[in-house]
Design a protein around this ligand. Structure first.
Ligand SMILES: Cc1cc2nc3c(=O)[nH]c(=O)nc-3n(C[C@H](O)[C@H](O)[C@H](O)COP(=O)(O)OP(=O)(O)OC[C@H]3O[C@@H](n4cnc5c(N)ncnc54)[C@H](O)[C@@H]3O)c2cc1C
Length: 444
């Protein structure tokens, strides 16, 4: 591929999780040249469930209507109003609060099914598997050289790090000595599993398996929702930890016995659900970037997106949704940059235009993204009955706070966000040319 200063821009996407794949699809739809580099030998995601919030669903439509169609194929339409329903799982199994989401909204599916479906829209020539990024060189001519662990090199005008919570691109962008380059333990861990629906129904009753329920309690909660066309129930048990997480890996082998002990004082419904777990299952430490947030997402011709930029816990069900919003904004500004490279109305060179696009992306996304890790930490305090203003018994206040947190996420005006991104790019690119802050540097 060519990265000559006079030709169209070429984007390297590092990481083929949900954020990287959605960015690739956004660029594909808009005719912007790209290559996606993924460490794994194929698009791989664990089978666990994931749900897409209403804002994320609206963003998928704008990325490409075909992406949204595939999303709908994976999920099961109920044609009915969906709710988030919270239950007192600790004491009496009674509903304490309910929040309407919208008709057919926040549908769940298996991650692997979404990625498998979406990746069919990416031409295979634009994906390189088994490519683990090791270092980046931003050169004086504006291009970026990518060096991979297997010793191979590639080149692009722009690199977007979509390489997840333990992002190498973040380390290279913020510096290896910067604490913001590494996520921290949020003092919560979880167990997740997919249970056969028939067995789950025997325990919970049919009504509790048709949509999304959250069982709250002291220092723990559980979430359940149907996936695989209603054949399986996705379950997630989240527990507050008083200990540090000492392992390098974010997962550790766990057992059903551990979960039995942790939920032994809970209502029989939850204990029944725990009994359905497999004998051996992974324990997942929940890390996030709340303690040391990334101070910015862009450095010269490199930027961060998705969990690489703003990893947060899973408690508001929105990490992937924010990655999708990032991907849409990036696709918007990179398309505008591509057109400006052709038109040259600003009088700037290709490198300046590319960097302006990433600066515009940073401006549009930073504040909203950075709100998420803190809001997620607040939500888990709420669900674990430790919220300072709400506690365990005030259900009205519980709903008020939950409404605020979820609606801040769900109500994002996606069309307005896209318009703002395009305007922000214009604003930056037509400003007087500034000398580049970023000379040649190598990151090892
Ligand atoms: C239990 C749980 C439940 C969740 N539920 C929801 C939910 O319901 N809804 C929601 O919106 N979010 C949810 N989330 C959050 C969501 O899973 C993440 O925010 C999302 O998957 C992040 O996607 P990503 O593409 O940014 O990163 P990742 O999914 O981590 O993808 C990163 C990709 O980069 C690759 N990679 C890593 N390093 C390199 C490298 N050096 N070189 C090349 N490639 C590399 C990886 O192999 C991977 O494919 C949940 C999270 C958890 C833990």
């Amino acid at each position: 591929m060519s990265t000559d200063t006079n030709t169209a821009i070429h984007v390297a996407i590092v990481g083929g999780g949900i954020t990287g794949v959605i960015l690739a699809l956004g660029l594909e739809k808009r005719g912007v040249s790209y290559t996606l580099f993924e460490r794994a030998p194929a698009f791989t995601e664990i089978g666990a469930g994931i749900g897409f919030s209403p804002n994320a669903e609206r963003a998928l439509k704008v990325v490409d209507p075909k992406v949204h169609e595939l999303y709908k194929k994976v999920t099961t339409s109920t044609g009915e109003e969906e709710f988030f329903t919270w239950v007192n799982g600790n004491e009496n199994n009674e509903i304490i609060a309910s929040l309407p989401i919208g008709v057919d909204a926040f549908q769940g599916g298996r991650r692997s099914e979404f990625l498998e479906a979406w990746s069919t829209l990416i031409p295979s020539a634009k994906v390189k598997f088994s490519k683990e990024i090791e270092s980046l060189l931003q050169k004086d001519d504006g291009k970026v050289t990518l060096k991979f662990k297997d010793g191979s090199l590639d080149e692009a005008d722009i690199v977007i790090g979509c390489d997840g919570i333990r992002s190498r691109v973040r380390q290279l962008t913020l510096g290896e000595a910067n604490p913001a380059s590494y996520p921290r333990y949020s003092k919560k861990f979880c167990f997740r599993a997919l249970l056969p629906m028939g067995k789950a129904r025997e325990v919970l009753g049919e009504a509790r398996t048709l949509s999304r329920f959250m069982y709250t309690g002291l220092d723990a909660h559980a979430i359940t929702y149907p996936v695989a066309g209603g054949a399986l129930l996705n379950v997630l048990f989240v527990v507050t930890d008083v200990n540090p997480w000492l392992l390098e890996r974010h997962t550790a082998p766990g057992t059903r016995g551990e979960v039995v002990d942790l939920f032994s004082g809970w209502h029989s419904s939850i204990r029944g659900l725990v009994d359905l777990l497999p004998e051996k299952l992974d324990k997942w430490a929940i890390f996030d970037m709340y303690d040391y947030p990334a101070p910015y997402y862009n450095l010269g011709s490199v930027a961060l997106a998705g969990d690489a930029a703003h990893a947060s816990g899973p408690h508001l069900g929105s990490g992937a949704g924010f990655g999708i919003e990032d991907g849409l904004v990036l696709a918007t500004v990179l398309k505008a940059a591509d057109e400006e490279v052709e038109a040259r109305q600003s009088g700037k060179n290709k490198t300046q235009i590319c960097r302006d696009a990433l600066a515009a992306y940073n401006t549009v996304r930073y504040d909203r993204d950075q709100w998420l890790p803190g809001a997620t930490r607040e939500s888990v305090e709420l669900f674990h009955w430790r919220h300072k203003e709400v506690g365990s018994k005030d259900h009205e206040k519980f709903l008020e706070r939950a409404h605020h947190l979820f609606h801040t996420i769900w109500d994002n005006d996606i069309d307005e966000m896209v318009k703002t991104a395009a305007l922000e790019f214009k604003d930056v690119v037509f400003k007087q040319s500034q000398p580049s802050l970023y000379g040649s540097r190598i990151s090892q």
